[in-house]
Design a protein around this ligand. Structure first.
Ligand SMILES: [Zn+2]
Length: 122
């Protein structure tokens, strides 16, 4: 995916990787829905549980699939199908998922969509 497309979609986090066929359109209840496929991966600087600086103690430990609702694109409901890397800290034994500023932890609605909902309610 080129930079301008990322910018239009609001997916500029440099830790996102997109497959060649990143867009999938599915018909759910007679309604077209867009799914944007992406992978979130990086090397963490520190453990998010015990805080130890990563000097090789934090290893990649599979992936965790999440679905994040984005703002609709041209009125079409749009989701980010995001595969996050799962990390394991050998120091404390904790596991945690890769994070992105796009969405708060354990939340399935993007920050932008949250803001839009708050604005519509106001
Ligand atoms: Zn740890």
């Amino acid at each position: 995916m080129d930079y301008h497309t990322k910018k239009l979609l609001g997916l500029t986090d440099k830790n996102f990787q997109f497959p060649e066929n990143w867009l999938e359109s599915r018909t759910i209840n007679h309604l077209t829905t867009h799914f944007i496929h992406a992978r979130l991966d990086y090397t963490p600087k520190a453990c998010s549980k015990c805080g130890i600086k990563n000097e090789g103690q934090i290893i990649k430990n599979g992936t965790h699939k999440t679905k994040v609702q984005l703002l609709p694109l041209r009125s079409v409901p749009t989701f980010l199908s995001l595969k996050r890397t799962r990390f394991l800290c050998k120091e404390c034994g904790a596991t945690f998922n890769a994070k992105t500023p796009l969405v708060e932890e354990n939340c399935y609605i993007s920050r932008e969509l949250k803001q839009k909902i708050a604005m519509d309610l106001a």
